[in-house]
Ligand binder design. Structure first.
Ligand code: ZN
Length: 311
């Protein structure tokens, strides 16, 4: 038995200033601000969610912003880089835009059959735009000044940096239903379900990479998706029987989640596709109210008073 993981659900990273974070992901990258919530383990800080118009699983990048937090260092033992899918031919648009907006970027590189533009957010979080020749029929994020033909279409892949990939690869392929999709240099690619952009996990074992240090500009965890609670329970049992320490199912209001560390130490989550982000505000108004889980609702007034104003 293998878990029926269908791809990436969301990726959560650590940031410093919340205003700077909101500005970069909405104004520069053109993602939609789809939910303003709080860190459920630390309700004095925000949990900010960005994605496509409908806040679809597979498009959601989220942040825990702590103003003034020191920078970490992306490296081994972490989810190292987060890639978004963009249409073939759109990278020159993004290069010009990044130059104009003073975004740190690297030269375009080739990876498998795609062109990749590496860049970084204001905290140094490593991001990539993958101009893929593969079909990606997901709708573009509806940015005001990014033409639909260039806009982000959700995640392409998550790259994990590891000193050794064998044990992590075994968890992906033997318990999570992933399969080998390609190998190039120090990079091995895995895919799930139907494959394609939004499913890929790359394991990178480049000996030149430093050891990762947690802090602003690093990934906190990678969440994979399953269709529903039954698949979540089944996945939990399969992971447990494989010897992994798995959390109980936790209700995150917008989805249900389990958490575990893969053997190299990267925190994984498996989240359900539903119920989604439109449970506490209409789809047209996502990101407007402060979304709180039921157990924090009685403390709304004090929580809102303690958070910095965002928008
Ligand atoms: Zn998560």
């Amino acid at each position: 038995m293998k878990a029926q993981v269908t791809g990436l659900h969301h990726i959560t990273a650590i940031a410093s200033d919340p205003h700077q974070n909101l500005d970069f992901y909405t104004r520069v990258l053109g993602l939609r601000f789809v939910k303003k919530s709080v860190n459920q383990d630390d309700p004095g800080t925000y949990h900010l969610y960005y994605g496509d118009y409908a806040a679809s699983p597979g498009t959601i990048l989220t942040f825990f912003p702590w103003a003034g937090l020191r920078r970490g260092r992306p490296g081994t033992g972490q989810a190292y880089a987060t890639a978004f899918s963009v249409p073939a031919g759109s990278l020159p648009f993004w290069q010009k835009r990044f130059t104009r907006l003073a975004v740190k970027q690297q030269p375009i590189e080739s990876r498998f059959n795609d062109q990749v533009l590496p860049f970084a957010d204001p905290d140094g979080l490593l991001l990539e735009l993958v101009a893929t020749s593969e079909t990606d029929s997901r709708p573009p994020a509806p940015a005001q000044d990014v033409p639909a033909g260039f806009a982000l279409r959700g995640f392409h892949s998550s790259t994990l940096a590891l000193t050794a990939a064998t044990a992590t690869a075994a968890v992906l392929t033997e318990t999570m239903g992933y399969r080998l999709a390609g190998q190039s240099g120090h990079r091995v690619r895995y895919t799930a379900a139907q494959g394609g952009p939004g499913t890929y996990v790359d394991l990178l074992t480049d000996p030149a990479l430093p050891r990762g240090l947690n802090g602003a500009g690093t990934i906190h965890h990678v969440a994979f998706r399953v269709t529903d609670a039954a698949q979540e329970n089944s996945a939990r049992e399969i992971l447990r029987q494989s010897g992994l320490q798995v959390s109980p199912v936790i209700d995150r209001a917008y989805f249900k989640s389990i958490y575990y560390r893969e053997p190299a130490g990267v925190l994984f989550e498996i989240a359900t596709d539903g119920p989604g982000f439109a449970i506490d505000e209409p789809l047209e108004q996502l990101g407007t109210i402060l979304g709180l889980p039921p157990h924090l609702e009685p403390h709304r007034a004090e929580i809102e008073a303690a958070l910095p104003k965002l928008n």
